[in-house]
Design a binder for this molecule. Structure first.
Ligand SMILES: C[S@@+](CC[C@H](N)C(=O)[O-])C[C@H]1O[C@@H](n2cnc3c(N)ncnc32)[C@H](O)[C@@H]1O
Length: 435
């Protein structure tokens, strides 16, 4: 059971401030893309005690991981939908009851207090009380995979991958992921793994069982590793870089893949259009003692004539494959985003192709499960850029799960392709013909 005590109410339920912060955070997460990240960086959240802050985040994550089944249970009890903020109060109450397993009297009482504390939700406090008490009498089933994802996304996954795969993908939404770490020096694994309570995955990623603040874990301050999902570590490995070659990371921030390229000994240039995200990349380089040239520019219009031995395009995408760590992406995504992102990816692919030396390699990847952002992008690029050819990925290459290898020789990593889960990715390797 999750420990819900906080410093300001020792031994008891978390403070009101933590629940109020959770309400604001959930509202931000559901209202817009990246709302969760913005909410986590908000001064009101940062002003909380560390335990209240951790509780607020854990409560929102628990809610988002079961949002579909929670909403289905609430809808069955609400004749007329109340205002969205009241629904969010109810969602948090249901998550405390059925995910965090907070005792019913404490969860219902604190949630009614939360409703009563705000003039917009106060008129609904009796409704909140009645709905939550009703749920405690007839607890909902929060495990149905078909309900775990938004209906439109589940339908897309079923159309793309079939019913059984769609269910297996969606089941991962409820699971809390372990932390995956990439090592600066691969031969550091044997020394680090015991201290990090980690198992080594194919390709060299360490999967740690530790919890809590990663900056306190062994080796972090010395820059011996960085957090990077096992799937996210595959694309850079497929470039086959050798010491001293030149590499371009065209959408680089916050820099997980840039760090890999630099750690492989490549002379690395990292481009990103977001200066604030590039700042995080620079901090990551400084901590790990690795070096790369960081450039703030739009990758599609970057005014630079150099060509590189290897180019990595980790394109902006719907990010639906990252729902294990960011369940908010599923609920903030909109169907129309996918077509507009596909247009951006296509422009960036053309720009990335122009940067590859004759005989050089280009890896395209997206952390998306949506087909339009994957294979069709590559097919269309190859059709309009005959100087490139697909270079098929071999079985297990780069540490990719075998099940992810497509008949075309690209990788379609689904979140259930690794025991314990992994981020969803599409990855393709292309080679420019020699002049
Ligand atoms: C998927 S994230 C990259 C993650 C990064 N490769 C890593 O491994 O840490 C996509 C990045 O593309 C950047 N981006 C979006 N549009 C861009 C553009 N037109 N040119 C360059 N960067 C862009 C975003 O700022 C974001 O940092």
């Amino acid at each position: 059971m999750t420990d819900t005590r906080t410093q300001d109410t020792p031994g008891g339920a978390p403070g009101h401030a933590a629940r109020a912060a959770a309400l604001d955070l959930l509202t931000a997460a559901l209202s817009r893309r990246a709302g969760m990240d913005e909410g986590l960086a908000h001064p009101a959240l940062k002003a909380l005690s560390p335990r209240d802050r951790a509780f607020a985040r854990a409560l929102v994550m628990a809610t988002l991981r079961r949002l579909g089944p929670i909403d289905a249970a609430l809808q069955a009890r609400l004749q007329k939908p109340p205002p969205e903020r009241v629904v969010n109060v109810l969602r948090l109450g249901a998550a405390q009851l059925f995910v965090l397993q907070t005792p019913a009297h404490a969860a219902v009482g604190a949630t009614v207090d939360l409703a009563a504390a705000d003039k917009a939700t106060r008129p609904f406090k009796n409704l909140v009380n009645a709905v939550l008490r009703g749920l405690t009498r007839e607890p909902p089933d929060l495990a149905d995979p078909e309900l775990l994802a938004p209906t439109w996304l589940y339908a897309r996954w079923r159309a793309a991958y079939g019913e059984a795969e769609a269910r297996a993908i969606a089941a991962q939404i409820a699971e809390e992921p372990a932390a995956d770490l990439s090592l600066k020096a691969p031969d550091d694994a044997a020394a680090l793994a015991p201290a990090l309570e980690a198992e080594a995955l194919p390709g060299g990623t360490l999967r740690s069982a530790l919890k809590g603040e990663v900056s306190a874990w062994p080796g972090f301050q010395e820059g011996r590793w960085w957090v990077q999902d096992a799937s996210a570590a595959v694309p850079a490995r497929l470039l086959g870089l050798t010491e001293g070659q030149t590499a371009l990371d065209l959408c680089a921030a916050p820099g997980g893949k840039t760090l890999q390229l630099a750690a492989m000994g490549a002379r690395t240039t990292a481009v990103d259009k977001s200066a604030s995200r590039l700042q995080r990349l620079s901090e990551n380089l400084a901590r790990t003692g690795l070096s790369a040239e960081a450039v703030a520019a739009d990758g599609a219009q970057w005014n630079d004539r150099r060509r590189f031995d290897a180019v990595l395009l980790d394109a902006p995408c719907s990010a639906t494959g990252t729902f294990r760590r960011h369940p908010d992406v599923l609920w903030a995504a909109k169907p129309q985003d996918i077509a507009s992102l596909a247009a951006v990816q296509s422009r960036l692919l053309d720009a990335a192709g122009r940067r590859v030396k004759p005989g050089g390699v280009l890896v395209y990847c997206v952390c998306s499960l949506e087909p339009e952002e994957g294979q069709p992008q590559v097919d269309a690029f190859l059709a309009r850029t005959p100087e490139f050819a697909l270079e098929p990925v071999g079985p297990g290459e780069g540490g990719a799960p075998e099940a992810s290898l497509t008949p075309e020789g690209t990788l379609r990593i689904l979140p259930h392709h690794r025991p314990g889960g992994t981020d969803g990715f599409f990855i393709a390797r292309l080679r420019r013909k020699s002049d």
